[in-house]
Design a protein around this ligand. Structure first.
Ligand SMILES: C[S@@+](CC[C@H](N)C(=O)[O-])C[C@H]1O[C@@H](n2cnc3c(N)ncnc32)[C@H](O)[C@@H]1O
Length: 244
C-alpha cells in the first residue's frame, strides 16, 4: 500500500521508499522473508515517518513505523494478531491496523496506552460535531478575567505548574479539561473524550517543546481538526481492505 504522504518522482523512476514498499509487499516463505531483512536499508533515510495517526502525539524513543511494518508484512498474514508488550505510543499497533492485522498493546504508562488506543480508534463524524459544539460553547469561559483566572488557579492541586506555564495558559488548559470532564460525565462519548484528552496532552506537550503562545484553545482546536482529518484518511484505507 502506498500512502499519499509519500514522495513522488518522475514517471518510471521509483523513490527508495516506493522500492521498499514493493519489496515488503511480496509473498515470501519464512526463509525468503529472512533474506529480505538483509536487503533493507534500516536507516530509512528521508522516509516519511509521521503519516496518518502517527503524528497525534510526541513520545520518547518510539520506533519509526517502517521497523514494525517490515516485520508485520514479512512475518504475519492478514487477520493474524500482533502483540506489542511495551507498545509506547502505539506505532506497531497503528501499522498492524493499517495492514489488516489485529493487535494487542500493553504498557505501564497510562498515557502511552491512551495515545495508542486513540490512534487506532475510528470515530463517527457525529462525535466530532458533538465535541466541536462543546468547544464552541466553551469559548465564553476563556476570557481573560484575571480575578476569575486566579480563582481557578487556587482550586488546582499544587503541582508547581505555575513555574512552567503562565497563568493564562494554565487557566485556558483548565477550561478545556473541565469541558472534557463534562463530556465524560454526560456518558456515552468515551472515544471522543479520549481523543480530546490526547489532543490536550499533545497541545501542552507542544507548548513545552516550542515555548510561548497563549492561544491554547486555538492550538487545541487545530489539533482536533488535524486528528479528525487523519482518522478519516485512515478509515478510507481500512475500508478498502475490507472491500478487497
Ligand atoms: C521505546 S517505547 C516502545 C515503543 C513501541 N514499541 C513503538 O512501537 O513505538 C518503550 C515503552 O516500554 C514501556 N515499558 C518499559 N518497561 C515496561 C514494563 N516492564 N511493562 C510495561 N511497559 C514497559 C515504557 O513505558 C515505554 O512506553
Amino acid at each position: 500500500m502506498l500512502y499519499e504522504t509519500e514522495q513522488t518522482t518522475l514517471p518510471g523512476l521509483k523513490t527508495p521508499e516506493q522500492e521498499y514498499r514493493e519489496l515488503i509487499n511480496g509473498n515470501y516463505s519464512f526463509s525468503e522473508a529472512l533474506q529480505i531483512l538483509d536487503k533493507i536499508d534500516w536507516d530509512f533515510k528521508d522516509f516519511t515517518t509521521q503519516y496518518l495517526t502517527h503524528k497525534f502525539h510526541s513520545y520518547p524513543a518510539r520506533f519509526i513505523p517502517q521497523i514494525p511494518l517490515t516485520f508485520i508484512k514479512l512475518f504475519t498474514k492478514e487477520g493474524e494478531t500482533v502483540l506489542d508488550p511495551m507498545c509506547g505510543c502505539g506505532t506497531t499497533l497503528v501499522e498492524a491496523f493499517l495492514n489488516n492485522r489485529n493487535s494487542i498493546g500493553n504498557d505501564f504508562n497510562p498515557l502511552a496506552t491512551l495515545i495508542s488506543k486513540v490512534k487506532v480508534t475510528l470515530i463517527p463524524d457525529a462525535e466530532f460535531r458533538y465535541l466541536k459544539n462543546k468547544l464552541q460553547k466553551m469559548k465564553r469561559y476563556l476570557d481573560l478575567d484575571y480575578k476569575r483566572i486566579d480563582k481557578r488557579l487556587e482550586s488546582l492541586p499544587n503541582r508547581k505548574i505555575s513555574r512552567i506555564f503562565n497563568r493564562v495558559v494554565i487557566s485556558k488548559s483548565e477550561v478545556i479539561r473541565e469541558t472534557l470532564l463534562e463530556i465524560k460525565e454526560e456518558g456515552g462519548h468515551n472515544d471522543i473524550y479520549d481523543l480530546g484528552r490526547v489532543a490536550l496532552s499533545s497541545t501542552i506537550w507542544s507548548l513545552v517543546e516550542n515555548g510561548g503562545g497563549l492561544d491554547v484553545d486555538d492550538l487545541f482546536l487545530k489539533k482536533i481538526n488535524s486528528m479528525e482529518k487523519e482518522l478519516k484518511k485512515m478509515a478510507k484505507i481500512v475500508k478498502n481492505h475490507h472491500q478487497k
